[in-house]
Write a protein that binds this ligand. Structure first.
Ligand SMILES: Cc1ncc(C[n+]2csc(CCOP(=O)(O)OP(=O)(O)O)c2C)c(N)n1
Ligand code: SF4
Ligand SMILES: [Mg+2]
Length: 300
């Protein structure tokens, strides 16, 4: 088990990026790069992460980043890998694709699916702030039910896509969920993924103060509530075997979960939800956990 003293002191992001104060994505990125180290090449589509990197001619990371067109993240990772193989460097350098939820669940899904089907040896991390934030908060396939965005002013009518399950269906060796509020869990999972050969997929919830409507100081708190209410489940699936992560394992017992209202009411994006919709959430969360529980029982 990793503790905070085990994290490398070296930073791979220079101080003073253009991300907002309290950005969950910036924290996730910082921890992922610490886990993977300097011998990493990154490919990133249009997103808040390209804003973090800075304007043309500058880059806020010490690691090389390729900015790829929106729909092409998975394909660009396969291309980078092919070039490394050509140079005999494929075992020395980790290829990391880092994309937002819009760039993953909607626009980049076919390129990602193709890369996974080709068994590209790379890590794909989706930081999920649950909307197209960079262009002013439009709904994505990953926006949850009831969320108010500029394209769902009355609240979104359907639940978010379950991307980890979609990637699992590709038969890849490693799929994991994470969240900005549990950085040590993230660090451990990225380190593990680096040493597994094949396509590895991370889906990481990324609290976003302006898009979700809370104070920047509360990013860790909001993310913890997502886990403590059972809304966000931390787990990993290694070669088809699902294991709950430490922070989530106690919430298999529904009586340990905090009321979902604690999470929803702390954010302006859920502010117009009706009692009826909140009840829908309770069923949704129970169903997700029942599915996880069934899987754990059946694999023993
Ligand atoms: C082909 C194409 N369509 C639209 C855009 C405009 N665009 C840039 S970033 C962005 C939002 C990306 O959303 P997401 O992937 O969720 O990342 P986030 O901004 O939330 O970090 C959009 C729509 C673009 N750059 N290219
Ligand atoms: S809008 Fe959200 S995801 Fe984008 S930089 Fe700001 S806090 Fe981060
Ligand atoms: Mg997004």
């Amino acid at each position: 088990m990793v503790n905070v003293m085990d994290l490398p002191e070296e930073e791979f992001i220079y101080p003073g990026t253009r991300a907002c104060a309290g950005c969950g994505m910036a924290l996730i990125y910082r921890i992922a790069l610490k886990a993977l180290g300097a011998k990493t090449l990154i490919t990133v589509p249009a997103s808040c992460l390209t804003v973090l990197h800075g304007m043309q001619g500058f880059c806020s990371t010490k690691i090389s980043v390729y900015h790829t067109p929106f729909a092409t993240t998975g394909a660009s990772a396969s291309g980078i890998l092919a070039s490394l193989e050509d140079k005999g460097l494929e075992d020395e350098i980790t290829v990391l694709a880092f994309a937002g939820d819009g760039g993953t669940t909607d626009i980049g899904i076919q390129a990602l699916s193709g890369a996974a089907e080709r068994e590209t040896n790379f890590i794909y991390a989706c930081y999920d702030n649950e909307a197209y934030m960079n262009t002013g908060v439009q709904r994505s396939g990953s926006t949850p039910l009831g969320v108010k965005t500029t394209t769902t002013p009355e609240g979104k009518l359907v639940h978010k896509k379950n991307m980890p399950k979609i990637l699992e269906a590709h038969g890849i060796p490693y799929v994991a969920t994470g969240i900005a509020s549990y950085p040590l869990d993230l660090y451990e999972k990225f380190k593990k993924a680096r040493d597994i050969h094949g396509s590895k997929y991370f889906h990481i919830l990324s609290p976003c103060p302006p898009g979700w409507g809370y104070e920047p100081k509360d990013t860790i708190l909001i993310g913890r509530l997502a886990v403590q209410t059972g809304f966000w489940i931390l787990y990993e699936v290694e070669n088809g075997i699902l294991k709950l992560s430490r922070a989530s394992s106690r919430y298999l017992d529904p009586s340990k979960r905090k009321p979902i209202e604690d999470y929803l009411m702390a954010q302006k994006r859920f502010s117009q939800m009706t009692q009826q919709e909140i009840e829908v959430y309770k069923t949704y969360i129970n169903d997700m956990w029942a599915d996880i529980n069934r899987r754990i029982q059946n694999q023993d």
